[in-house]
Design a protein around this ligand. Structure first.
Ligand code: 5GP
Ligand code: ZN
Length: 141
């Protein structure tokens, strides 16, 4: 897409620090890294977010993810990694070309804080069963 920042990075109109590229994906350093090695993995096919991502684009993107993740792991020996993908402005998306953040983790003070506020009391089994039923009813073939 002509006015898309990440499409421009893919075709070289905007410079980036590329770490990997194949026929389907492009991986480069996030310009505002959360931790050392924070990398963005994006499909070469423009799609806004996960909801609009065709199955083959998803397949090719995730096929490359372990290769890039393991390169980060070998380079910096992190103790873990979070993969994060924000979909929609309300969910924190700021660039509307799908991207998977690969964020290596080093310690509690490494720059990324992930807080899980579990709410299982609000979702007992009967409620959770209804939730699962609603999702299953909406799966496309
Ligand atoms: P989001 O908030 O959409 O999940 O993540 C967008 C990411 O893109 C941010 O982490 C931000 O630092 C990164 N970013 C934004 N503009 C540029 C850019 O021009 N070059 C690079 N390499 N990263 C960018
Ligand atoms: Zn794009």
């Amino acid at each position: 897409m002509s006015d898309c920042l990440f499409c421009k990075i893919i075709d070289g109109q905007i410079p980036s620090l590329k770490v990997y590229e194949d026929d389907h994906v492009f991986a480069f350093m996030d310009i505002m890294p959360l931790t050392k090695g924070h990398t963005l993995l994006i499909p070469k096919t423009h799609c806004k977010d996960l909801f609009e991502m065709p199955e083959d684009v998803a397949r090719n993107l995730y096929a490359a993810a372990p290769k890039v993740a393991n390169a980060i792991k070998s380079a910096f020996n992190p103790i873990g990694m979070n993969t994060i993908n924000n979909n929609g402005a309300e969910a924190g998306q700021t660039v509307f070309h799908y991207h998977l953040h690969l964020v290596p983790r080093y310690d509690d003070a490494d720059g990324l804080r992930v807080e899980w506020n579990h709410r299982q009391a609000e979702f007992p089994t009967d409620v959770l069963t209804d939730v699962a039923t609603a999702i299953k009813a909406n799966l496309l073939p």
